[in-house]
Design a protein around this ligand. Structure first.
Ligand SMILES: Cc1cc2nc3c(=O)[nH]c(=O)nc-3n(C[C@H](O)[C@H](O)[C@H](O)COP(=O)(O)O)c2cc1C
Length: 352
């Protein structure tokens, strides 16, 4: 049975899991409107994830997706962290603040967090998706035994092969246009930076798993185009940031409607892993910090979040982690249910 039929979707649309942005309220509104809503629990712990999953279940009886980060444990290199903080110090000073004395990872990956794995098995959400890598075989087997549908983000045919071998049910083909963190399994490996069209076609032709296209898709015409390419559905993230149900703050919303939306940039400076963000003061640092390697993800994010907090306290929003894809200027500030209905109408018109 296709993903769309299995989850009774009235439009082939997945709302992207977005850590820090996609609330249970947003996901529930998307589910109730006939698409697959999602929450991302990668940046919280098992207790936080439990609260989000339970709130979402209270808000909707329809199927939803819970998303995890599967990144390796960061290597805590004190010298690298110190060098990084030293270079950021003038930026903190300009905001009347001092950098933190040390940096720590603000959250753990799934592989390091047995409580999170236990929670997933206990709550058994209808869909679980993985970003940055694949879970271990024991967890895959256990989740499948609980009837959970498994999805992995991939950015290359090799990662898609690994996802198929690991027992995933479908892959999200994340093109270079996509907002947020690039799901590449090994960020140190060469990256062909495939766009959504080429990656989707490569994976559809290989025909191993159903393909969900993601990256730069903002409207029903884009969803129809993804299906024309052979995808079973499209996953949209940036399109949902401006929804009132999202957790985006006022600075993020203003930036999404501003000039930075026309020049998104892929940078590892904010978190330690490549991610696409609205052009702002942080992405502009690429020119001056290029000679340094940021601390491992997510340790670098500790510094990025501290700089943003210091600046925001003074009304400066230019250091926010304003993740967004290349289609950002097409974002619409509609309630999530109305956005899904609009996307469905547009998709139906576009497919003729
Ligand atoms: C604000 C934001 C946060 C994101 N956080 C996550 C996340 O926590 N987990 C995940 O798998 N993908 C995350 N992504 C990536 C999306 O899953 C998806 O690949 C991307 O949004 C598709 O591109 P688009 O933003 O152009 O629609 C995020 C994207 C954005 C824009």
């Amino acid at each position: 049975m296709s993903l769309v039929d299995r989850f009774r979707l009235t439009v082939p649309l997945l709302q992207a899991p977005m850590a820090g942005v996609a609330t249970p309220l947003l996901a529930a509104a998307v589910c109730e409107a006939g698409a697959l809503g999602a929450i991302a629990v990668g940046a919280t712990d098992a207790a936080g994830a439990r609260a989000m999953i339970d709130e979402l279940r209270d808000r909707t009886a329809r199927p939803f997706n819970v998303n995890l980060f599967v990144h390796p444990a960061p290597h805590g290199d004190a010298a690298r962290a110190a060098a990084w903080l030293e270079r950021l110090a003038p930026l903190f000073a300009a905001q009347g603040a001092v950098p933190p004395a040390t940096l720590r990872a603000p959250y753990r990956g799934l592989a390091e967090d047995p409580d999170m794995a236990a929670l997933l098995l206990d709550r058994a959400p209808p869909v679980v998706s993985f970003h940055f890598g694949l879970p271990d075989a024991a967890l895959v087997t256990a989740l499948r035994a609980r009837g959970v549908y498994l999805i992995a983000t991939v950015t290359s045919p090799a990662e898609a092969d690994a996802a198929a071998a690991a027992g995933m049910d479908a892959v999200v083909a994340q093109g270079i246009e996509a907002g947020g963190h690039r799901g590449t399994f090994d960020p140190a490996a060469p990256d062909a930076a495939l766009g959504t069209i080429a990656l989707t076609r490569l994976l559809v032709r290989a025909a191993r798993l159903p393909v969900i296209a993601a990256g730069g898709i903002m409207d029903g015409a884009g969803i129809a185009a993804a299906l024309d390419l052979g995808a079973v559905a499209a996953q949209l993230g940036t399109a949902f940031i401006a929804c009132p149900e999202s957790a985006a703050d006022a600075g993020y919303r203003a930036a999404l409607a501003g000039p930075g939306a026309t020049r998104t940039a892929m940078t590892a400076l904010i978190s330690g892993r490549p991610a696409r963000a609205l052009g702002n003061r942080f992405t502009a640092l690429a020119a001056t910090l290029a000679d340094l390697t940021p601390p491992d993800y997510p340790i670098a994010y500790d510094a990025g979040k501290a700089l943003h907090a210091a600046a925001r306290a003074r009304g400066e929003h230019g250091y926010g982690a304003h993740w967004a894809g290349q289609g950002a200027p097409l974002a619409r500030a509609l309630p999530a249910g109305a956005l899904v209905a609009t996307l469905r109408d547009e998709w139906r018109r576009a497919r003729g």
